[in-house]
Design a protein around this ligand. Sequence first.
Ligand SMILES: [Zn+2]
Length: 156
Amino acid sequence: MSALYDPVILFHARSEKNRGEVEEPRLRGRGFNPACGDEIFLSLRIEGERISHGAWTGEGCAVCLASASLAVEGVRGLDRQEALDKIRAFYRFVGDETNSPGPDLDPAAWSWGEAAALKPAFRLPGRKDCVLLAWRTLEGLIAGPAAETGPAQAGD
Ligand SMILES: [Zn+2]
């Protein structure tokens, strides 16, 4: 069975589970992958330093959409630094050598749960950016300083 048709990938790509936009105040970011046409919008609600909620909307391939769902789910409940550590450990977890920072971030320190389905997807031809898009977008969002308070621009 191809990793493209992994039940976890298909479920998260189609499910409403993590889809939508969190209420303000929030951080919001867009990710675009021209190679595949994937476009996602992520939003996070941060209370104190903790990410209390996260959601996504967008259009794209199943791998990208599932990754967005799993990424926002994966950082929920973490504080900002923990979330950044986990995202950076994720790069190493899937085998991404380009974005992996420092040797300290041990993927084994984190529980990956359903996000483990993204590891075989990362190895599919042409799917690396589909897997990474949401995590890179999330990393930029969490590392950035400002909370956005404007109206949603996620289209439909
Ligand atoms: Zn894609």
